[in-house]
Design a protein around this ligand. Sequence first.
Ligand code: ASP
Length: 408
Amino acid sequence: MKVSRRDFIATTAIGSASLALDLHGQNKPDASAAPPGNPPKKPLIICAHNGYDYLDRGYALLTGGGDTLDAVMQVITGPEDDPNDDSVGLGGLPNEDGVVELDACCMHGPTCMAGSVAAVREIKNVSLLSKAVMEHTGHVMLVGEGAQRFGFAMGFPRETLLTERSRKVWLLWKETMSNQDWWGPGLASPNYKLPDENPNHSSLREERIQQMEELAGKLGIEPGFRAAAVQRVLHPPYGTIHCSAINEKGEMSGATTTSGLAWKLAGRAGDSPIIGAGCYTDQDVGSAGATGNGEENIKVCGAHTIVENMRRGMSPQEAGMDALKRIVRNLNGDMRKMQYVDMSYYILRKDGAYAGVCMWSGPPEHLRRFAVHDGTKRYETAVALFQGKSIGWPPMPDRQHLAPEQKK
Ligand code: ASP
C-alpha cells in the first residue's frame, strides 16, 4: 500500500485510525506528561535495553555528586566491554571487509561541549574516545585513521575487536549473502526494488535458512547460536546504546556508541556519531538519542528534532512520535518500505520527565523496551507508532528474481 506524502500528512492530521497507516501508538496515554502534583524524579538515567546491567553504577555516580557525562559513560562502556554484545565495541559485527569499525558521540549539557568519532578501528571504548575529543581538542569530530591516531596518543590501547564468534558470523555472510550488500540502491531510492513477493518465496526461504544453518555448523558456530547467526546474516541486527542522564541539579548529558550496521561499506558512518542525529543535549531543554536505522535518522536529525520539539512545548512522548512520523513521511508513508525501518528514541526532559518511543512495537511476547533508573532500576515498554513487528533491516533487495546481469 503506497500513501503519498500529502496523504500521509492528511491522515495523521485528522488522526483516523481506520486509514492506511496504523497509528495506534499515538492514542496511548502520554506517560511522559507528568501528572499534576507529582513531579518527575531526579536524578534519572534512561538508556537502550542493553544498558540495563550497568545502570546501577551510573546511578551511584550521580547520587554521589558525579558529573552527568561520567555517569552516562559508566553505563555505555558496559556493552562496549562485553564481547557478547555484538552491536557495540568489542565483538561488534564487522563491515563487509570483516573489520570492526566503531562510531560514538557525546554531549555535555552544562558546558555545551560535544565530541564525536566515526569509523574507528582497534579502539574499544569509542564513547570515551569521543569524550577525549571533546576535552582535549578544539574539534568536535574526528574520523577513521586520524581518530585512531589521536586515541593511541591519548593512551587508548590497541585491541583486536573482532571476536571469534563475530568472525564466524561474518564468514557465514560472506559465503551466503555477500552478493546482497550495501552497494545500493537504498530504500529511499526510486530505483529500489522491494523483495520478491513470489508465493513460493517462504518455502524457498525456509530451505535457504536450513542450508545456512548447516553451513554455520561447518564454520564451527556452536549449535545454540546457529539460528541466531543466520538471522544476523539475513537481517543484520541493530543494537547500539544511547544513554542520557540528569542529576539532582537538573544538569544533563547524553552519549551514543555503536559498531553500526553489520556488513556496511568500510568508512560508513551512521547516525550514532552525528551530533543532532544519534544524540543531542541542550541544557535548557533536554537530551535525546537514537538506535535503529541510521540512514533514515540522519535525514530527520532525530535527536535534535526531538529536543527542539520539546523546546516548543511538546511532551517527551509527543516530541519522539513527531520525529518517527517525519521518517514515515520521508518514505512517502509506503508501508512496504516502512516494514524494514526500525527506530527507537530515548528522551529526557529538563524536569526529569522521559519517554521511550519506537517505530514498531515488536511482537506481543517481545515488546520493544528501554531501561530507566531513578532509584528503581527497571525496563519499560516503549510507546510504538505502529503495532507489529518490523521485518528488520536492512532493506536489501532480494536479487533472486533479477536477471543474471543485474545480480552482482
Ligand atoms: N543507528 C546505528 C547505525 O545506523 C545502528 C543501530 O542503532 O543499531 O549505525
